[in-house]
Design a binder for this molecule. Structure first.
Ligand code: CTP
Length: 402
């Protein structure tokens, strides 16, 4: 329910603006007050009159409307909301947001606001996939903007692929999650590392592992859904990163260490990444040629152990440190020893023998090891493991325990 919630809804100029009329209705049904803002381009797709009628509120359209400024200045308008929603968020609006432009009412409000922002991108598939849009998306994620969608499907322009705005009910769910300030982890900051690391051999070759990043991503999403502010440090994963988290992409173990330490202080840290234990010290700056090199002789050095380092921090250690132990033999024994060796509070142990299909798969079979012993969880989907772990973390460090 969204009773008493005030939403500033910015409509960009895209064909999907018609879906935002339904979105207004759905948000109001749940008790929210919706104040609409239309960009100039949005008015080509929906009229201020129909939007105003559905919202039951005045519609704002122009930065320099003196009456509006007398009634409510744009700064106040941007800050009086609990959440700013941009739907549809066009490629142009995303670019303006990423660059901090303020040349019309919508972009000025977005720059002036200090309330959380959720965007629902909508554009042609080529525009969505263009490196410029993807770059802007990364910048917006880094700025803690929450993103819902886009979906894949047939587009109004006749093409197929990602770019379709999420359906109104999906946006409502994202609004509810974004306003989930009542969640048990609201006000709590959690670091999550995820994915593999890549250790270069030369400019084109690297050493990697089979981690897909699926479990770490699911954990970040579950923590976010309980209201946590999540800092997500990921190596080159094969699953897309979660939405609505502060995203830091890294490649090597040493980059991951730096990004993880920079994310502190945090109330909890979950180390789900499969970090390479060794890096190649004999890495070459130019491509190694078969004809010149013969069989390569690689030299290695041990990478920093990020989990052990964070667990051992004398100052600024997160209140709860959770490690993972991917084992193939004597799982519980090895994981229990690993917990003690690394100094973390909990270890999530799993058997990653090839036959289990866990590494890179959609399920996991874990045992949670803590000071009081070991809990064997049944085999379940990675999202379920994540939800359960997030609940446990909330019990340990949640708002009510402070
Ligand atoms: N880890 C880490 N930094 C490293 C290696 C591991 O932060 N350089 C973290 C992982 O994210 C995981 C835990 O430590 O949470 C255990 O990782 P694992 O690879 O199982 O442990 P290792 O110390 O590498 O032990 P081994 O390979 O000998 O089993």
């Amino acid at each position: 329910m969204l009773a008493q919630k005030r939403i500033l809804l910015i409509l960009g100029g895209g064909i999907a603006a018609f879906k935002s009329l339904d979105l207004i209705r759905r948000l109001r049904e749940r008790g929210a007050t919706v104040t609409p803002v239309l960009t100039r381009a949005a008015q080509e797709f929906v009229t201020p009159l129909s939007v105003s009628a559905l919202a039951g509120e005045k519609v704002y359209t122009d930065l320099f409307d003196l009456t509006d400024e007398a009634e409510m200045g744009h700064i106040e308008l941007s800050r009086s909301a609990d959440l700013v929603v941009v739907a549809p968020a066009t490629a142009d609006l995303m670019a303006k947001m990423a660059q901090g432009h303020a040349d019309d009412l919508a972009s000025t409000l977005l720059l002036a606001t200090d309330t959380p922002v959720l965007i629902a991108p909508a554009m042609n598939v080529r525009m969505w996939e263009h490196p410029a849009t993807q770059r802007n998306l990364g910048l917006l994620q880094g700025d803690r903007v929450r993103i819902v969608g886009p979906n894949s499907g047939d587009m109004a322009c006749g093409e197929f692929g990602p770019g379709r705005m999420s359906e109104p009910l999906e946006i409502v769910a994202a609004v509810e999650a974004a306003l989930g300030g009542q969640g048990p982890l609201s006000g709590r900051r959690v670091l999550v590392t995820s994915g593999p690391t890549h250790e270069p051999i030369d400019p084109v070759r690297y050493i990697a592992n089979r981690s897909s990043g699926a479990q770490g991503t699911a954990i970040a999403e579950a923590l976010r859904d309980l209201g946590a502010e999540v800092v997500f440090v990921t190596g080159p994963a094969s699953v897309p990163p979660p939405q609505g988290v502060a995203l830091h992409r890294v490649e090597t173990a040493r980059e991951m260490r730096d990004a993880a330490l920079a994310a502190l202080p945090a109330d909890a840290a979950v180390f789900a990444a499969a970090v390479a234990d060794w890096r190649v010290t004999s890495a070459s700056d130019s491509k190694m040629k078969k004809t010149k090199t013969g069989l390569p002789q690689l030299e290695f050095a041990e990478n920093p152990d990020i989990l052990a380092e964070v667990s051992g921090l004398a100052e600024g250690r997160p209140g709860l440190v959770v490690g993972f132990a991917a084992e193939t033999d004597d799982v519980i024994e090895n994981a229990t020893a690993k917990r003690a060796r690394k100094g973390c509070d909990w270890i999530v142990a799993n058997d990653v023998s090839h036959a289990t299909g866990i590494m890179g798969g959609s399920e996991n079979d874990v045992t949670l090891i803590h000071a009081d012993g070991a809990e064997d969880w049944p085999r379940m989907g990675k999202a379920e493991v994540a939800a359960r772990l997030a609940e446990r973390i909330a019990e340990a460090i949640g708002a009510d325990k402070s």
